[in-house]
Write a protein that binds this ligand. Sequence first.
Ligand SMILES: Nc1nc2c(ncn2[C@@H]2O[C@H](COP(=O)(O)OP(=O)(O)OP(=O)(O)O)[C@@H](O)[C@H]2O)c(=O)[nH]1
Length: 325
Amino acid sequence: MVNQYLQILAGKTPGLSSKQTITTYQEEQNDWLDLDAEFYRWTKSLRPVQWYPGHIAKTEKELKEQLKLMDVVIDVRDARIPLATSHPEMDSWIGNKKRMLVLNREDMISTAERNAWATYFAKQGTKVVFSNGQLGMGALKLGRLAKSLAVGINAKRRAKGLLPRAVRAGIVGYPNVGKSSLINRLLKRRMCPAAPRPGVTRVLKWIRFGKDLELLDSPGILPMRISDQGAAMKLAICDDIGERSYDVADVAAILVQMLTKLPTVGSKALYNRYKIHVEDHCGKTFLEKLSMELFNGDVNQAAFRVLTDFRKGRFGWVGLEIPPK
Ligand SMILES: Nc1nc2c(ncn2[C@@H]2O[C@H](COP(=O)(O)OP(=O)(O)OP(=O)(O)O)[C@@H](O)[C@H]2O)c(=O)[nH]1
């Protein structure tokens, strides 16, 4: 990832109709910016982002045990940052079990980004379902796919003289990526608490879905140490890690710098929103000015405002990663 170039993708711009939505995938070399490399340079000197609360440690232990019982593992990721929300140890835990990849929050990226990720994962032979845990898009497809796997599993059981049984599907992923929302949508009722902050689900929970499927909702997990601090910073920007794990002013300053480099956002979008110019691409100075303008010099409040605006799509819907070449 470190030297990977981040291709800037067109995002959905608020106020534009779907016809006007800019979805052109910028292919020219000129449109490639070495943003990721810069991103890592910016984060190097900052306080590391780390979060490993007790409930995550406990979950990881239990989840590893439960994974042994699963027929299929549904790996849910944040569509804005599918790489940063991929657990480095998940592959070894899952082994050769059947696996489905869900990119949730599909509403928060552009169509071009969605297509790019679909192509990338298809090339790897990985089945991807795009979903929206809030509105339920993709949930039914997910349920159908998981159930279809039951056919094969039960055929094998019958061949061994065993009775068919419900398929066990485990829903796993980083905090706040939308696991509980997806399950609620799938079941069409609120079985799992879902909230706009990481770490809400605290215990593993089996839920029956019809007679063919059993779902396991699990609390979000994270590696004990996030060695890739660029990825950790993206988790913080996207609210996929507990707030106590990072310095909000650092994270917002990095976000400002990143936004200025994205052609579909750029300094102009920041100016339009706050009437403040970003000087020399410096996020810190920008936040200081914003704090003086709106928050009596409270930089943390200014930082929260910028992060919240990004998370609500006020600068358009853009992902912070692109598929590796
Ligand atoms: N815009 C958008 N918001 C979503 C989507 N899916 C879930 N959310 C919101 O994201 C927040 C987190 O969703 P949860 O379902 O609680 O996430 P979780 O992965 O179960 O979180 P943990 O309990 O921390 O593991 C909630 O406020 C949801 O409403 C989506 O596809 N699009």
